[in-house]
Design a protein around this ligand. Structure first.
Ligand SMILES: NC(=O)c1ccc[n+]([C@@H]2O[C@H](COP(=O)([O-])OP(=O)(O)OC[C@H]3O[C@@H](n4cnc5c(N)ncnc54)[C@H](OP(=O)(O)O)[C@@H]3O)[C@@H](O)[C@H]2O)c1
Length: 235
């Protein structure tokens, strides 16, 4: 039986990923920073709720302790993420982005991912087939962001793409350091969730596809890569 933790799984892509992996036979720890929202989501799916705020050391340590006491972990899906908008409600471009906006976005998307990974790596290393999926974004691609007409080139935001570019580098460095763990970054695609006020053009089911696939990668599968549903992406 494969045991899988998904951070930020009470809604959106994390919730859909949990639904699909429960159907595939995984035991799912559904991470939620809010107990009530998490409990409701877990109940709906037949998953186990784990209270987990990725920005809080004590919360992450308690979650790791609980999962360890329950028997350990095979798959970690670092999915929790935020986008912080400027004071006018729009994406903060280079003229408007502040250190505070950067800090808020990095606190969850980058420092949160490292906090959770650091806490759960000792558990993953005890698994026979450990896997980490880091939910990145196509906006993380420096190749695309610097190539006119490439997808995402016109996106003016600074903090969110920078945070996901950091996620990609973290993925590459962890993958080299832990060759026994399959560690990949994924781009779900522009998906209708609360993150973008449901402006995304894909359904959560479509967006979760690559997360679910990389969560099920076998020990001979890729590691240190960056993928969307169609295949590898340019860094
Ligand atoms: N939607 C897209 O088009 C798209 C595209 C590329 C990548 N992504 C990435 O996909 C991932 C999931 O996003 P989504 O689109 O599904 O957005 P979403 O519906 O807003 O879900 C985000 C999840 O992260 C949780 N979260 C936020 N801060 C947290 C914290 N400090 N601790 C624990 N959980 C926290 C949220 O919990 P609460 O309910 O408590 O806020 C929620 O469960 C993110 O990493 C996002 O960057 C999304």
């Amino acid at each position: 039986m494969t045991t899988t933790l998904i951070t930020g799984a009470n809604k959106g892509l994390g919730f859909e990923t949990a639904r699909r992996l429960v159907a595939a036979g995984h035991t799912i720890y559904l991470g939620s920073r809010d107990a009530e929202r998490g409990r409701r989501a877990a109940e709906q799916l037949g998953a186990r709720m784990v209270l987990l705020d990725v920005t809080d050391d004590a919360s992450v340590a308690a979650a790791a302790k609980a999962v360890e006491a329950d028997g350990g972990l095979d798959v970690l899906i670092n999915n929790a993420g935020v986008e912080v908008r400027g004071p006018d409600g729009g994406v903060a471009g280079a003229a408007d982005v502040t250190a505070d906006i950067m800090r808020q976005v990095f606190e969850t998307n980058v420092f949160g991912m490292v906090r959770v990974s650091h806490a759960f790596l000792p558990l993953l290393q005890r698994s026979a087939a450990p896997v980490v999926v880091n939910v990145s974004s196509g906006l993380a691609s420096l190749a695309r962001a610097s190539t006119p007409d490439a997808p995402g080139y016109a996106y003016p935001g600074v903090a969110y793409p920078a945070s996901k570019a950091a996620v990609n580098m973290i993925t590459v460095q962890y993958a080299k350091a832990f060759p026994n763990i399959r560690i990949n970054a994924v781009e779900p695609g522009y998906t209708a969730t609360d993150l973008n006020a449901h402006a995304g053009t894909q359904t959560a089911e479509e967006g979760a596809e690559i997360i679910v696939r990389m969560a099920q990668v076998t020990p001979d599968g890729p590691t240190g890569g960056y993928f969307d549903a169609a295949g590898p992406l340019p860094w």
